[in-house]
Every structure is written in C-alpha cells, then in structure tokens.
Design a protein around this ligand. Sequence first.
Ligand SMILES: Cc1cc2nc3c(=O)[nH]c(=O)nc-3n(C[C@H](O)[C@H](O)[C@H](O)COP(=O)(O)OP(=O)(O)OC[C@H]3O[C@@H](n4cnc5c(N)ncnc54)[C@H](O)[C@@H]3O)c2cc1C
Length: 486
Amino acid sequence: MAKSTINIVWLKRDLRLSDHQPLAEATHSGIPTLLLYLFEPSLLADPHYGDRHWRFVGQSLQDLDRQLSQFNSQVLVLKEEALTAFELLSQRFEIAAVYSHQEVGLALTFARDKQLARRFRQRQIPWHEAAFGAVIRGARDRAGWDRHWHKAMRAALAQPLLSQQTLWPSAHWQGLSSWPLPSQWLDKQAGMQTGGESMAWRTLDDFFAGRGRDYYRAISKPQQSRSACSRMSAYLAWGNISLRQMYQQLLAHWQVKGFRRSLTALSSRLHWHCHFIQKFESEHQMQQRCLNRGYEDYPFDDDPKLLSAWQQGRTGIPLVDACMRCLHASGYINFRMRAMLVSVLCHHFNLDWRAGVTHLARLFLDFEPGIHYPQFQMQASVTGINTIRIYNPTKQAQEHDPEGQFIHRWLPELRQVPPPLLFQPWQLTPLEAQLYQLAPESIYLNPLVDIEQTAKAARQRLWAYRKQPQVRADRQRILARHVRPR
Ligand SMILES: Cc1cc2nc3c(=O)[nH]c(=O)nc-3n(C[C@H](O)[C@H](O)[C@H](O)COP(=O)(O)OP(=O)(O)OC[C@H]3O[C@@H](n4cnc5c(N)ncnc54)[C@H](O)[C@@H]3O)c2cc1C
C-alpha cells in the first residue's frame, strides 16, 4: 500500500498552537500535518533535568491535546531518540518535510541536531527551522541586533491554520501509539506552576489585570516577587507562549494607568531574554568553560561539604538556606536571590561555578540553557566584562525581607526568632538562643563560614585576578562579539 504523505511539526520547547511559525508554515502548505513530541532518553537522563520539567511538559502536551481534539487530532508522543523516531516515522509515512524551531540548547541537543540534519539530507527530507525569538543563528557580533529584536517582536503573529483538513488524524498513526506519560508526571505538584498554553495565558492576563502594578517595587523581594513578577519564565522556557506574544500584550497595556513603571522594567527584561540566549547561541562552549578563557585557571577550592550544604539549604546562613529550600519545593525564586545563591557558591565558598550550575538548572522549573549559563557565569564573575557583585546575604535579608516573612516560611527552625536577630542568628546569646528554641548545635548558631571574612577574601582574590593578562586579553574578544557597538 502506498504510504500517506505528511508534514511533521517537531515540537520541542515550543509547546503551543498559536504564534508558531513551523506549525503555520506546515499547515498552510496543503499537506496534512502531524504534530510530534519526543521524550528523548538521553535528555531524560541528562542531569540538568528532573521530573518537575517533564511533568510540566506532560501538562503542556495534555493542554495541546485538549485543544486539538476538536480536529480529531493529537500530538504523537514517542519515547525515542530523534534519529530512531524519524526512522520509525519514515517507515510508515512519506515525510514531505519536517518543521521545527531552531533550538539554542545544550551540547547534547546541538550534536543531535547536526546528526539529524545529515540524516535528513541523505533521505532528501527538507527540514525547515524557524528562528527562535529574536535570536540570530550564527551571528558574529551585535551590529544591528537591537533593531532586529524590535522588528521581530513587533512582527505579525504566525498563526497556524488548524482544521480537520490540515491536521493529520490521530486515528491514522499507522500502528504507532503515543507513549503513556508516567503516573508521577500526571499529578499537579502543590506549590509548582502548572504547564500549558491555557495556564500561560491565565498567568499573563492576571499580571496585567492587577498583580503586575507593583512589579517594579517588588522585583527584588523574595516573597512579594512571587506574585508581583510576571511568573512567565517557565511558560516562556517551554514555549507555552512566545516572547513576541508577551511583548505585544505588554504594548497593548502600555497606556493602562499605574502600570507604566512596571511595564518599562518588564520590557527591558524581555529584551534581556533574547540578549542572553544570543550570547549562548554565539558561544555555546559556555556550557563547559568560562566565557573568559582567562578564568580557566582561577584558584577555586574543592570542598564537597560546603557544596552539599549549599545544595541542601543547610549552610547556616538564613536567606541562602530559605532560597534553596524554596527552590526545592517550588522551582522558583526571583532574579536577585538567584544571583545571591551563585555569589555565595562562587565568592563566599570559592567553589567552581561548574559545581553548582547543573544543580540550579534541575531545580529551576524555568531552566533555559541560553539564559542560565550566561547568567550563572556573569554572577560567578568569570566573564571579565561585568561588574563584580559580591552579595551579602545578611544585608539582602535586611533590605528585601525585613519582616522575615520569607525566611520564616522556609526555615521552620527559625520561626521563633524575630527580625532583625533572624538575619544573623549566630549573634544570639546562649540565653536568647534558648528563648527562641534554637538548640546549641543548630547550624544557625554555627554557620559554615563567616560571611564578612569570606566576602573580604573574595573581593581581594577577584579584583587581583581580573588584572591577569590572560583575562584582559580575552576581554577584548568578548566585547567585540557580545556587546553592542556604540
Ligand atoms: C544564576 C541565574 C540563572 C538564571 N537562570 C534562568 C533560567 O534558567 N531561565 C530563565 O527564564 N531565567 C533565568 N534567570 C533570569 C531570571 O532570574 C528569571 O528569568 C526570572 O527570575 C523569572 O521570573 P519571572 O518570569 O517572574 O520574571 P519577570 O521579571 O517577570 O520577567 C519576564 C521575563 O523576562 C525574562 N527575564 C527576566 N529577567 C531576566 C534576566 N535577568 N535575564 C534574562 N531574561 C530575563 C524571563 O524570560 C522572564 O520570564 C536566571 C538568573 C540568574 C541570576
């Protein structure tokens, strides 16, 4: 029997049906389109990812299926490596073309895409890859990049043509069936955001309906930021909404009274989103080595005990531990607290950024390789071009959690200790410690490091190292490649 001819839209981190260039191109081509998602065993085993990510993906796929059911269609979900999956599909179908977004991902997916492109060329299957946001593949520098960002963000949305005629029916998968999602991914997890295009829009609408009014005031505060920030990062990272859709919604609300300062701040951050991903696109070796090669010989320490305490939120420094435990439970903290966690790891503890970068990726529900790696390295001060920022966790707590709300929420052992004592419990007298129910052996009376001393040592080390000739030499190369020409 002759094989049916189909297009395949390979969904990756673009789990939505609207403003979707590959889906729009495929469905306008006149050939029925099959939507495919692959749970690749190599990615499932990758240490950057954990159940929280795959659960979010599963929820997003369920949301797509709900929308597609009116067209008698569904996403075909396979648990296979990409090469095997496309082999299976080409045995059953005549594949007219494959459509997807370009992926600015880990070394693993970069290598997979190169291998797959070779295979498609051998099989004469065209693979149409659409640009990801405003990221320019292969850009050598930033000349004209800002203009490009604005143009991409203001362009018309790419709307697919969804109908029973344009989508391939799930009843005709030629013997293939969707991989059933494991039961542990099906339940919602309390405290963790739920994936899906519908939830993405609900979250964004809610931001513009009111909670975003205080955004610019609350952005640095660990507790208030949880409701006043957009909380769109996971939805953007998994593509439940496009950056362009979010930016155009921002423009649509530009005149709303009381929002202007918040929207100005948000607009810059949407710009940063692609700016950082562009950095990673242009220099993906950042996954393994310092952006500034001069830092490859930086004298980091190796202290598994400190690393483990940081990972578990048991360092004895209240705000640091509260942030880490909050991340374990909810997958989210705001920007400033992320930066502080990295600063404590790499400055106060003097541990290599590579020792912590995967740990935070696995905890961040919004893990986006192109933002995560450049941000991590910037906060670790291994770029040689950014200001060195050594965060003082006590000061951060005094300024951004003055009532101790956030610390009390995540550190039950400190619930009896009132602010401002809460921020430096090691200064409690034995009598106060007893009064506030802290056992003498508590890590909060005996923190692993003295943050004043470690900050001082880090400052001296970092500023001296920045003057090294190899750091200065690579700085020029980085500026030419990643910074906008004036
Ligand atoms: C060490 C470190 C690692 C990070 N890793 C990630 C990551 O893996 N994924 C991720 O999405 N963000 C990451 N960020 C950036 C930032 O912390 C989050 O985007 C933000 O906290 C998400 O919350 P929100 O959606 O409420 O942000 P909002 O403040 O509401 O901003 C809206 C969107 O703008 C983008 N954005 C905001 N701040 C930044 C920024 N500083 N740099 C780049 N884009 C930004 C995000 O897409 C965000 O969703 C990291 C920051 C640091 C310091």
